[in-house]
Structures are given as C-alpha cells and as structure tokens.
Design a protein around this ligand. Structure first.
Ligand SMILES: Cc1cc2nc3c(=O)[nH]c(=O)nc-3n(C[C@H](O)[C@H](O)[C@H](O)COP(=O)(O)OP(=O)(O)OC[C@H]3O[C@@H](n4cnc5c(N)ncnc54)[C@H](O)[C@@H]3O)c2cc1C
Length: 370
C-alpha cells in the first residue's frame, strides 16, 4: 500500500488516545513530553486501572502480586482527561468516535491502542492470558508441587500469541516442583522471536533445568497431560477502521492507519507479527513523534523499527535479549546484564519513569521498573 506522508498540522489539537495499556500510556506520556501544551489529551479506557502484566508470571509461585496503577492518577500527572468507555467505532469523516455505550467523542487526532483479545485455542487446557489467570495457574503449580499433577505441559499452540511469558512460567514451575515438565511449541525453535542466539541460549537454559522442549508441534496430534497454554491473539473489530484477517489494524511506518485521515494505531492492536510491550512502546513513541511534529514541536519523526528488547526471567537468573526484527539475519544479542537503560521489564521510555514516580509517591517499590 502507498505510504502517506505526515499530515498538515495539528496545532492545538484534541488528541484522543483509546486504551489504557502500555501503548496508550507510552503514546500519551511521550506526546506530552514532546509537544507540551501544543496538544490537549484525552484517554479513553474501559477500566480505571493499568495492570503491570509482566508480574503475572511470578504471582503463581508466591512471588510478587501484580501491581495496578490508577489511570486517573496517571492521567492527572499527564494533564489529560480520563474518560471511561470502550471504543466501538470511528467515523473519520466526522472526526468522532463512538463507544459501546453510545457515547460520542470528537477528536482532531485519534490514537488507537486497544490491544489484542486473547482467546483459548486448546480445549481442556488452562489458558494463561495474564493477571486474571494467575490464581488458576497457582492452583496447578501447587498441585504439581504436591505431586497431585504429573506430568505437566506448557503449550504455545499458535504463533499469534505472547510466547515469552510461557517460558517464564516453565522456569517458575521448575522452581517449585521437580515433576516432569514439558514445553511444547509450534515454533521451530524455542523463543523464535529472540533470534538464533537468544533461542540457543533459551534452549540451553531449559535443558539445564530439566524442562523437556518439543518444537514444531502439531497440537492436533500431541498427547497432552495437564496443560497450561498460551492464548491466540486477535484484534477486536473497531468499525470504521481497516483490519486484516485476524482483526489487526494495518499502519504505515509512522503509525498512521492505512487509508484513514488523522488516525494512528500502536501496540498489539496493529498487524505486527510479534506482540510485545517493547514493540508496543516503540510504536507509541513513533506515533507521538509524528503527532508532536505536526503540532509544531521541534521533533523529526523517525519511522518505527521493530527492535525487540526482552527481559526473560528464567528462574533465579534473567537473560536480556535485543533483536532487530526488521533484519531476518540478526541473530540477536544476549546478555545477563541489562542491554538498555532504564532496565525496565517493559521497555517504555516515558511510561517507566512515570510508573516509578507513582510507586515512589505511594511508598511501594516497583519491581524492575527503576
Ligand atoms: C503474562 C504476560 C506477561 C508479559 N510480559 C511482558 C514483558 O515482560 N515485557 C513485555 O514487553 N511484554 C510483555 N507481555 C506482552 C505485553 O503485555 C503486551 O505486548 C503489551 O501490553 C501490549 O501493549 P498494548 O498497549 O498494545 O495492549 P495492552 O497492554 O493489552 O492494553 C490494551 C488497553 O486497551 C484497553 N482496551 C481494550 N479494548 C478497548 C476499547 N475498545 N476501547 C478503549 N480501550 C480498550 C484495555 O483495557 C487496555 O487498557 C506480557 C504479556 C502477558 C500476557
């Protein structure tokens, strides 16, 4: 599809950011940092909290609880209005959005960051979608530790998912049980997105913890015992916007939604193949730069480059992997030390310091962000 250039100007623009996750918050914080008062911000999100999802892989093993941040507090720090509601449709010609409850909101610029919808693929498996399933995983983990469940399989039955948390769950389980553990994946190699080097490292770590790895699995024929499985991700349809076959929104390199004026998208809702917070945050930064430049800020937008920055918790140790997904030959770089700064689990240039500031104000420590 032909790429459009950055639009005319957005000075004084009312920017509606739909979503309350990594991409939405990163876009909003980055936009405020880059454009200051040149834009007026409104966040539209269905629930009033931001959940720090990476912690969900530790909760089942008696580690940290998943922390939640009040979107109202974050919005206040941003000088943004928070509107509770769920984006249902966009009417680009009128520059308005509608919510599922019939509310109509005008916008000059819209950022769609509504994430992906996780659905179960394997029947009879416990599908791990994140914080909401942590207690159920905890119950299986306890049963396994007491010898009531054996053996246990962790499954990645689709490539359209968040694969890395499943590996982290496997290492977490190994820390509390010595029962047989298998990690079965459709990927041709463990943690395919991490590149050759990252994947080899991960494979060696799995072997060292006696976690059996089976790759290239065809799940119809795979005999499963008790299984914890990754979900399949789909985009939830937003009427008025284009979508690919899986419901994801196609964008150009600056985050503009193809064929729709003044509408950008970032994060898991877009048609990027790999879904990860570092990519969501990177896209959000590009979108913020594009809008800030058009609003008159002294910023030159740089096209989005999908560089994965992942911290993978492998039991008592972690590996940090950086890989340029735009270069199929990039083997990836692996280190036992942070490869970027701040050493955030979610790589979000603007969001991580904002969360750390809220945590500091409430005198609680924010695991890994600072
Ligand atoms: C257990 C687990 C651990 C993970 N660990 C990591 C990690 O360590 N590092 C990492 O980088 N990534 C991690 N990921 C992946 C990461 O969470 C996602 O890639 C990232 O959150 C995507 O950001 P997003 O803003 O696009 O979507 P989300 O963070 O999912 O946010 C979507 C937001 O949009 C809101 N929303 C939904 N529908 C609508 C609507 N119609 N209108 C308005 N708002 C709407 C939602 O309520 C939510 O606030 C993990 C995922 C899981 C499940």
């Amino acid at each position: 599809m032909p790429e459009r250039t950055t639009p005319e100007t957005y000075s004084g623009a009312h920017v509606v950011v739909a979503g309350g996750g990594v991409a939405a918050l990163e876009a909003a914080f980055a936009l405020r940092a880059l454009a200051g008062d040149l834009v007026d911000l409104e966040l539209l999100a269905p629930e009033p909290k931001f959940f720090y999802r990476p912690q969900a892989v530790f909760e089942p093993f008696g580690g940290v609880r998943v922390q939640a941040f009040e979107l109202g507090e974050l919005a206040e720090g941003l000088g943004a209005q928070l509107t509770l509601g769920e984006l249902a449709s966009v009417v680009p010609a009128a520059h308005v959005v509608r919510t599922t409850r019939g509310m109509t909101l005008p916008y000059d610029v819209l950022v769609v960051a509504t994430g992906a919808s996780p659905t179960a693929v394997l029947r009879d498996a416990l599908t791990f979608r994140g914080p909401a399933d942590a207690d159920r995983v905890a119950a299986v983990a306890q049963a396994s530790a007491h010898g009531d469940v054996s053996p246990l399989t962790l499954a990645i039955p689709t490539r359209r998912t968040w694969p890395l948390p499943v590996y982290e769950l496997a290492f977490g389980l190994r820390s509390i049980t010595d029962r047989p553990l298998t990690l079965a994946t459709v990927e041709p190699a463990a943690g395919e997105a991490l590149g050759r080097t990252g994947s080899a490292h991960l494979t060696a770590l799995l072997a060292s913890r006696n976690i059996k790895l089976v790759v290239d699995v065809s799940f119809e024929r795979f005999a499963r015992e008790t299984t914890i499985a990754a979900p399949e991700l789909r985009g939830a349809r937003i009427y008025g916007l284009p979508a690919d076959d899986d419901g994801f929104v196609p964008t150009d390199r600056f985050g503009l939604v193809f064929g729709v004026e003044d509408v950008y998208a970032a994060g898991d809702v877009t048609s990027t193949v790999v879904k990860h917070g570092s990519l969501a945050a990177g896209q959000a930064d590009t979108v913020a730069e594009s809008i800030a430049a058009a609003a008159g800020a002294a910023v030159v937008p740089t096209p989005f480059r999908p560089v994965l920055r992942a911290r993978l918790a492998c039991g008592s140790e972690s590996i940090y992997v950086r890989r340029d997904l735009a270069d199929p030959d990039d083997p990836g770089l692996v280190s036992g030390e942070p490869l970027w700064s701040p050493p955030a689990k979610i790589f979000a240039r603007h969001l991580a310091p904002a969360l750390a500031e809220v945590a500091r104000r409430h005198q609680r420590s924010l695991f890994w962000v600072t």
